[in-house]
Design a protein around this ligand. Structure first.
Ligand SMILES: Nc1ncnc2c1ncn2[C@@H]1O[C@H](COP(=O)(O)OP(=O)(O)O)[C@@H](O)[C@H]1O
Ligand SMILES: [Mg+2]
Length: 294
């Protein structure tokens, strides 16, 4: 179980870091084993920053992150390696995770070097082939190839396979579907469904509401770094309460129907106020459904 407790993130910006920008405001969320939690919201709402904090790629300004009940907020370098056996990330642009001058399967070798140095070559090869099969890739068609010889979908699935080599508990997937073509999208989505069946918890970051609706049992809707609405996906998407959620959902045609007679114009939404002020607290609207007040 991954938990964020009242997590804040401020970035230093401006000349010599003289100002700061609060990118994440008081966010609490959980990802249980075998569950996909979607974090949705428009560009700049703080989704990637949450993923980076979970992956310890950027520090947490305030609040705590726990894995299996243990506070992992400020890990030292040595402890981080252990953490990465349990938590891994896959990002939007699969090409950026590969060095074009090396064969793509080098990403597996670096896992062996860092985490499984004692594993023999034959045994490792067997393990790599096993995870490739589990992401529905034919080892013969991807091993020994350079990144430019493979498709974005193949590269993305290899990165998921790489994460699986470590028997991780939590996968952070940040916009991993956006760059894929339609047929590969379905494959990767189905793959995530299978991984979830096997007990993996997935923090699924997306700006695509249809994807969130399709893949996740629970959803967090973010705006300006704070949670405006959260709960069971079915409830939040069929009965959105916050004006921002309604507005966001009304822009998705398939989900719109129910609300077409009750459009929320963007000007009804509060402007982007002072991000340093505490966000409105969440109140329970219904079972498995919470909405920010105000
Ligand atoms: N390294 C950084 N330094 C300063 N500001 C940043 C940095 N990364 C992100 N931000 C700002 O934090 C806010 C949230 O960004 P991000 O988490 O990337 O949002 P999202 O993934 O939802 O688009 C944005 O205003 C963005 O400009
Ligand atoms: Mg992002």
């Amino acid at each position: 179980m991954l938990q964020l407790e009242n997590v804040w993130k401020s970035y230093r910006v401006g000349a010599l870091g003289s100002k700061h920008l609060t990118a994440v405001r008081d966010v609490s969320l959980q990802v249980a084993p075998g569950e996909v939690l979607s974090v949705v919201g428009e560009s700049g709402s703080g989704k990637t920053t949450i993923g980076k904090m979970v992956l310890q790629l950027t520090s947490v300004t305030r609040g705590r992150i726990l894995l299996g009940g243990e506070d992992v907020t400020a890990r030292r370098h040595a402890e981080r390696k252990e953490y990465y056996r349990r938590v891994q990330g896959v990002f939007q642009d699969p090409f950026s995770s590969y060095n074009p001058i090396f064969k793509a399967d080098r990403v597996f070798e670096t896992v062996r070097e860092s985490f499984r140095p004692g594993t023999g070559a034959a045994q490792w090869r067997a393990r790599v082939e096993e995870v490739l099969h589990s992401v529905r890739l034919d080892p013969a068609s991807v091993l020994g190839k350079y990144p430019h010889q493979l498709s974005g979908g193949q590269l993305q699935r290899m990165l998921i396979a790489r994460a699986l080599l470590l028997d991780i508990e939590v996968l952070v997937a940040d916009e991993i579907i956006s760059m894929l073509d339609a047929s590969t999208r379905i494959d990767v989505l189905n793959l995530l469904g299978e991984l979830k069946e096997r007990g993996l918890g997935v923090l699924f970051i997306t700006h695509d509401l249809s994807l969130a609706n399709y893949i996740s049992e629970r959803v967090v809707i973010m705006r300006h770094g704070a949670v405006v609405e959260t709960g069971a996906t079915a409830k939040v998407f069929t009965d959105p309460q916050h004006p921002y959620s309604r507005n966001l959902l009304s822009s998705v045609p398939q989900l719109h129907r129910k609300w077409s007679d009750d459009p929320v114009e963007p000007e009804d939404l509060e402007p982007d106020g002072d991000r340093d002020t505490p966000p409105p607290p969440l109140r329970e609207h219904a079972e498995q459904h919470w909405v920010a007040a105000g």
